[in-house]
Design a protein around this ligand. Structure first.
Ligand code: B12
Ligand code: SF4
Ligand code: SF4
Length: 334
């Protein structure tokens, strides 16, 4: 059947896939071709600089990460999907970060394990496609293989690349996960979205460790997310005081705000550009989350670092209480 599909049938199928995606709970679905040559140059430069630190998996797969058809032969399109997260019942995150007796976990870690949720939904989406067009070759990924997820989602217009390097859009800021279906279906690709960062650089200014060393360039070795989740060794002494009570990931660069009604972390410094219209591109302040205890060893390790830096985290909160999380926090990345 696929061999006989006309362009108009493929365009209709692409619309249908997006509709099925919405029905499955995705906030956005786009279709990208597999040409990531520009991103490949950036990836190689990033690796050359050693910005990946101990994340050896980032360098381990040659060009498979930037060439989808090397990872899954026959792939010509990538269906990229966005799943929004943000725990609606959570308390004010800025209050948590200001509370020396609390520990802050990044918002993504407060819900169900997104790997499973996203993967299951993508699998169901791929099966719907199979039911409609017959067997096609596909593979489903979410942070589970060497894939340049942000570059792919950027290509097909699921948002624009912020200076913090994440993808964001006007609807939900950057508070979403990404996942993909690699396919051999010649679906019509979508266009990228325009950049709305303009002259704003609030995310760069607010980063506690100055990990965003230039617009669109992150030195992961300085990023609190890396330090508290990925790094296996101990957190460098000079960075510890900057962690505050963030013990599992960090969201500071995602709290870029527009408008005066939005609440900010206590250390927020308003950049000049925030008063300009460019800031409207980025609205991320939403209700926050409660302090959460966890028995994750990395969380304990970073809590210990935070305490050694003068941040008081009550033992009962992070060590002895029964974890309230529905799952054990784990690294997002494999
Ligand atoms: C490794 C990784 C990390 C690392 C490194 C992050 C990074 N920005 O690279 C660490 C552990 C720090 C991390 C942290 C987080 N992560 Co992460 N991470 C990944 C992972 C596995 C790979 C990302 C990657 O390819 N990085 C490599 C570099 C090369 O990519 P890049 O930033 O696009 O690089 C460009 C620039 O460096 C540029 N470049 C190179 N040289 C130069 C030089 C100059 C001068 C300039 C200007 C540019 C430039 O070119 C490159 C290519 O375009 C992806 C999942 C996936 N498989 O894609 C998730 C992913 C990106 N992470 C995600 C999330 C949610 C987070 C956190 C928010 C988690 C948290 N709350 O703690 C933080 C955010 C930190 C941040 N500001 O990026 C989501 C992002 C979703 C979104 N909306 O974009 C992803 C997609 C996971 C998912 N499936 O949803 N993460
Ligand atoms: S804070 Fe400003 S520069 Fe950073 S992603 Fe948001 S709009 Fe772009
Ligand atoms: S996650 Fe935190 S430490 Fe990492 S770049 Fe963003 S603000 Fe900086």
């Amino acid at each position: 059947m696929i061999g006989f599909m006309h362009e108009t049938d493929l365009a209709r199928l692409a619309q249908q896939i997006k509709q099925w995606g919405r029905e499955l709970g995705f906030a956005g679905v786009g279709i990208a071709d597999g040409d990531l040559s520009a991103a490949e140059t950036g990836l190689l430069a990033w690796l050359d600089q050693g910005f990946h630190g101990e994340m050896d998996y980032m360098a381990a797969h040659g060009t498979k990460r930037s060439r989808p058809d090397e990872l899954v032969p026959g792939t010509i399109r990538i269906i990229s999907a966005r799943l929004d997260y943000f725990p609606p019942m959570a308390a004010d995150p800025h209050a948590v970060m200001a509370d020396a007796d609390a520990a802050y976990l990044s918002r993504y870690a407060l819900g169900r394990d997104y790997h499973k949720v996203l993967r299951n939904r993508l699998q169901r989406l791929a099966e719907k496609i199979s039911a409609a067009v017959g067997e096609h070759h596909f593979r489903v990924f979410t942070d589970s293989a060497p894939v340049l997820e942000v570059a792919l989602a950027e290509k097909c217009g699921l948002g624009w690349r912020g200076k913090h390097t994440l993808l964001l859009n006007r609807q939900h800021g950057s508070w979403f996960f990404l996942g993909e279906i690699y396919t051999d279906l010649p679906l019509p690709p979508d266009a990228p979205e325009a950049d709305h960062c303009g002259t704003c650089q609030a995310c760069i200014d607010v980063c506690p460790t100055q990990a965003i060393i230039a617009p669109y360039l992150l030195d992961a070795r300085r990023c609190i997310s890396y330090l508290t989740i990925e790094l296996k060794g101990s957190i460098p002494l000079e960075l510890r005081p900057l962690l505050g009570n963030r013990i599992y990931g960090c969201d500071d660069c995602q709290w870029c705000a527009r408008g005066t009604a939005l609440r900010r972390p206590p250390h927020w410094r308003i950049s000049k550009s925030e008063t300009g219209s460019t800031m409207r591109g980025c609205w991320n302040c939403l209700p926050g989350a409660k302090p959460i205890s966890t028995n994750g060893w990395r969380a304990r390790r970073s809590a210990a670092s935070a305490m050694s830096a003068g941040c008081v985290i009550s033992q009962s909160r992070w060590a002895t209480r029964r974890p309230r999380l529905p799952f054990r926090p784990r690294s997002m990345h494999t």
